[in-house]
Design a protein around this ligand. Structure first.
Ligand SMILES: Cc1cc2nc3c(=O)[nH]c(=O)nc-3n(C[C@H](O)[C@H](O)[C@H](O)COP(=O)(O)OP(=O)(O)OC[C@H]3O[C@@H](n4cnc5c(N)ncnc54)[C@H](O)[C@@H]3O)c2cc1C
Length: 243
């Protein structure tokens, strides 16, 4: 998921806010600099810089481009509302139309292999925006299996897709999705397609455990797997080596 970093900052203004589930907030922003962004793949992401207190440096966090409209110079981003412990979640929790952020990117997304016999897409709540964008982009009839951990049934999303899609939900209940070990267990017991192309993201320890399982117990080639730790339990502004 690595790419050459584009450090140009684009100013964007919040125009719409919608809670698509109780803990997932979709925020649409528009900006003059967004028209020409090279957004062509699902799972591409931006670094979003949030307004800082006077005298402080703006803090940036990585967020997936859920939807992009080049004509309108607009993009939608889905934020997990995990509380006010971090600048991104705090900002999303209080965002209002007219608020301004700075965006850098986009950075690399998921290159769908047209020759892959099946797609395996795995992640926690932070991975859902990318998973939703990937399944929307899959060709008709491709076998695709989604394994996702969210808090509860209210957090399950409907995915629009032309693929032959099977979705397995795991619930973290009172814990943060990605921190319970339940998705790791579900993967160990799952019947998986042979030689799939894999996309995997979420809490860092969870990603490492599932990646190890896929490589060593399932024999899936490393070259067929895109994986990234999107956040790390107990660590602010976690940066995965790949992200
Ligand atoms: C390429 C990429 C794409 C991403 N796309 C998305 C996306 O589309 N939507 C999205 O919601 N997230 C996404 N993330 C994850 C997001 O960047 C992190 O969750 C980030 O840490 C949130 O920043 P924060 O300021 O809210 O918290 P931070 O200041 O980074 O962390 C503060 C505390 O909150 C905890 N924390 C951070 N995230 C979570 C969480 N999800 N649940 C529970 N506790 C958490 C940390 O462990 C820490 O203890 C993406 C990450 C990457 C690398």
């Amino acid at each position: 998921m690595n790419s050459r970093k584009n450090r140009t900052l684009h100013q964007a203004t919040v125009t719409h806010i919608e809670d698509i589930t109780p803990r997932m907030r979709r925020i649409r922003v528009i900006g003059g600099g967004l028209h020409a962004l090279p957004v062509a793949m699902p799972g591409q992401w931006m670094k979003i810089f949030f307004p800082a207190q006077p005298g402080e440096k703006p803090q940036g966090r990585a967020y997936t481009i859920r939807r992009f409209d080049s004509g309108a110079g607009a993009m939608e981003v889905d934020f997990v509302l995990h509380g006010d412990t971090g600048p991104a979640s705090r900002w999303a929790g209080m965002a209002r139309p007219g608020d301004i952020v700075q965006l850098a990117g986009p950075r690399a997304g998921y290159r769908i292999d047209p020759l892959a016999s099946a797609q395996l897409l795995i992640g926690d709540a932070t991975a859902l925006p990318a998973i939703a964008a990937i399944v929307e982009a899959l060709p008709e009839g491709v076998a695709a299996h989604v394994f996702a951990e969210v808090a509860d049934q209210a957090e399950e999303q409907h995915f629009a897709s032309r693929a032959n899609l099977t979705v397995h939900w795991v619930h973290s209940d009172t814990e943060a999705p990605g921190t319970t070990g339940k998705l790791e267990l579900a993967m160990q017991h799952a019947t998986l397609p042979s030689s799939p192309q894999v996309w995997l993201a979420g809490e860092s320890f969870m990603v490492r455990a599932i990646l190890t399982h896929l490589l060593f117990d399932r024999g899936i080639l490393h070259t067929s797997i895109d994986s990234a730790g999107y956040w790390k339990f107990g660590a602010a502004d976690h940066r995965d080596a790949d992200a």
